[in-house]
Design a protein. Structure first.
Lengths: 119, 577
């Protein structure tokens, strides 16, 4: 069975490391990008089943990146994962498949990933 | 008879430093003694152009009789001389009875005693100052030399009277100037406005020797501690008369007076003179200044001269200064209001920038916190820890979770979320919330009373947010009652500024809110709870405000608190239609 590939986009190195280790433990294959541009480049060259996208990032923020991703591939599944809870109610975040508030407790993120992927 | 000697004495006295009245009296005595006139009298011209007998020689008997009546210019012999400004001489044969004036009834018996009379005008080239009357019982006739001497004397007396007039008017002018300069000093002083007004009343009363002087401001546009400033005492029976007169002066915009003011009904005291003058600034009447004068001053003031002129002048003089004073008060009020508004603005601005700053800080903290918490959990999972180490890691994990929830609340508070409006049946929403809450076993001892308006219109609102508001308030009530008591939830229709609102009231029996807490109840990060960081009601308030509504807290100390949430309502047919 082929491994599920997830692209993690976050400008914070340690967050990337934490999420990578946690999600790899779950059996996913993880790609990393530290900003929106990088993420878009990586999506051009490789296929990912899911993008986990931070919102507040320098340069191109998560919402912009989300729009760019969906422009290229409407079917690309994206989970927004941000420290800000209130973006959940922002219309522009609705384009994403789910919204998770960043937390040290990774259960919500893991559950949401499973839901979105339908596994 | 040595006329030169007589004239010499007269001129000496006339040029002496004696009091004016003493000079005149001395001259009259010399004329009486040297020229053998038993009667030598001087009439002077009053301000009202009537002649009164003012001065006499020592032996005069006619003075008292003649002093009874003040004749007009042109009336009787004295009046004729004054009018024509030429002397008249009579003998007892041709003198008119009562000297031509019917009011001198007392003269009938005494006049025949005198054999000659001389009447001479006291005047200079331009003005008449009075009339000299000389009468003798010992002379057969008045010689032409005597007539010349009398004519020279009358010129001299005229000169003295003119000096007297000038002196009086200059004294008056000095008083006026002193008064005005004093008023000017006060108006430009740094005194408090009410002290300025009190001082103006005091100076006016003092200058005019009034019973009282009262300034009444007639200004709706100004907030001022008191509208009347009085020097002296307004006797209570006079208050009504003063008010009437003030109103009349305001209405007519010109001075008005009454001469029959009395301290009381049937009082034996003489009537007083009341005089009210409007204080007119550029384009409006600021108020009135009213004086009460004693009877003896009445004559002058009623005759549109002298003191009355001075009161008018004072009123005119103080008007512009007073307007400045009043504008100062207005300015001070405006400044205070501006200051208040500015403080509120700064307060809001502070809250806003504080909020933004906190959001940034919270966000910056959140990421490292997630990293700390996340790796701690990994450590707990992968490392082999003894019992203590395990406990420590557990504590770190729990504290991180607590910090995270605080940061979440802060981030939720400070960022304004857009509202998702939909029509909502508030009664249903409340039922749903109450069902959820009451199904928790901690709510077992809470009695819930519902007082719904069955015809409540819909509210257009973000249901999730409004739900949060009601849950926040209900949880507050629950905690205030420590899990036991009654919560009454009611709905009704109301209006505010003619717009339809619905009101949701939530009343608890939790003993109420202390006043200190009351003031801070909607302040973020204010809490009375051991757990919790005080954002619940602040967020609720913010949500309701975003909806164009309002939250009202009514406190019933000892009983409980009442929260009323007002939301704009829609007509009931909107959803169905």
């Amino acid at each position: 069975m082929e491994q599920i590939r997830i692209l993690l986009v976050d400008d914070e190195e340690h967050i990337r490391l934490l999420f990578k280790e946690e999600l790899e433990e779950e059996g996913y294959s993880i790609g990393l990008a530290s900003n929106g541009f990088e993420a878009l480049e990586m999506l051009k060259v490789g296929e990912f089943d899911l993008v986990v996208l931070d919102i507040k990032m320098p340069g191109m923020d998560g919402i912009q990146t989300l729009n760019e991703i969906k422009k290229v591939n409407k079917e690309q599944r994206v989970i927004l994962c941000s420290a800000y809870g209130e973006f959940k109610q922002d219309f522009s975040s609705w384009v994403s498949d789910a919204y998770v508030v960043k937390s040290a407790d990774m259960r919500e993120l893991k559950d949401t990933i499973k839901n979105v992927l339908g596994v | 008879m040595n006329f030169a000697n007589t004239l010499g004495k007269v001129i000496d006295i006339s040029h002496s430093n004696l009091e004016i009245a003493s000079r005149i009296n001395a001259i009259l005595n010399i004329v009486s003694g040297d020229l053998l006139f038993e009667e030598v009298l001087v009439y002077t011209l009053d301000k009202d152009r009537r002649l009164s007998c003012r001065f006499m020689n020592r032996s005069s008997r006619l003075f008292d009789l003649l002093n009874d009546y003040r004749s007009h210019v042109g009336e009787g012999v004295v009046g004729t001389v004054a009018q024509k400004r030429s002397p008249l001489f009579f003998t007892s044969r041709d003198v008119p009875p009562r000297l031509g004036c019917l009011f001198y009834a007392g003269l009938d018996d005494v006049l025949p005693r005198y054999r000659v009379f001389a009447f001479l005008p006291l005047a200079d080239d331009s003005f008449l100052y009075g009339v000299l009357l000389a009468g003798s019982s010992s002379k057969e006739a008045i010689s032409s030399d005597e007539k010349v001497v009398l004519s020279i004397l009358s010129r001299e007396l005229g000169g003295i009277l003119r000096t007297y007039d000038l002196l009086l008017s200059s004294k008056k002018q000095i008083t006026e100037l002193a008064t005005l300069s004093e008023l000017g000093r006060i108006l430009t002083s740094t005194m408090e406005p009410h002290a300025i007004l009190e001082n103006i009343a005091l100076i006016t009363a003092k200058t005019l020797n009034a019973w009282f002087a009262t300034i009444k401001l007639d200004l709706a546009f100004i907030r001022f501690d008191g509208q009347r400033f009085t020097s002296g005492t307004i006797a209570s029976p006079m208050e009504g008369q003063v008010l009437d007169l003030e109103n009349e002066a305001l209405r007519l915009g010109q001075p008005v007076f009454r001469t029959d003011a009395r301290i009381g009904e049937g009082s034996s005291a003489p009537p007083l003179f009341l005089f009210a003058v409007p204080i007119v600034a550029k384009d409006r009447i600021l108020g009135t200044i009213t004086l009460c004068l004693k009877q003896e001053e009445q004559r002058d003031i009623a005759d549109d001269q002298g003191d009355r002129y001075l009161v008018n002048m004072i009123a005119n003089y103080i008007s512009s200064g007073l307007e400045n004073v009043l504008l100062t008060i207005k300015l001070r009020d405006a400044l205070r209001e501006l200051g208040d508004a500015q403080r509120r603005l700064i307060e809001n601005e502070k809250m806003r920038s504080l909020g933004e700053m906190m959001a940034n800080i919270a966000h910056e903290i959140k990421n490292p916190l997630v990293v700390i918490g996340g790796f701690t959990k990994r450590l707990a999972k992968t490392a082999r820890l003894d019992e203590n180490e395990g406990r420590y890691v557990d504590i770190i994990t729990k504290e991180v979770a607590r910090l995270e929830s605080i940061l979440n609340e802060i981030l939720n508070y400070v960022k304004e979320a857009p509202l998702l409006f939909e029509l909502c049946d508030i009664n249903n929403l409340l039922d749903e919330i109450l069902y959820l809450l009451a199904s928790d076993k901690t709510w077992a001892h809470i009695k819930i009373t519902k007082e719904y308006d069955a015809h409540l219109p819909f509210a257009l609102c973000d249901v999730q947010q409004i739900k949060q508001v009601f849950i926040n308030i209900l949880m507050n009530s629950f905690e205030a009652m420590r899990g036991k008591g009654t919560i009454t939830v009611g709905t009704e229709q109301t209006t505010s500024e003619e717009k339809p609102f619905l009101a949701v009231s939530i009343k608890d029996s939790g003993g109420g809110i202390s006043p200190a807490v009351m003031d801070n109840i909607f302040n973020p990060f204010f809490t009375t709870k051991e757990k919790g960081i005080g954002l619940g009601l602040a967020i609720s308030n913010k949500i309701v405000t975003h909806h164009g509504g309002d939250i009202e807290v009514k406190n019933k100390p000892g009983e409980g608190a009442l929260f009323v949430v007002y939301l704009p309502s829609q007509s009931r047919t909107t959803k169905e239609g």
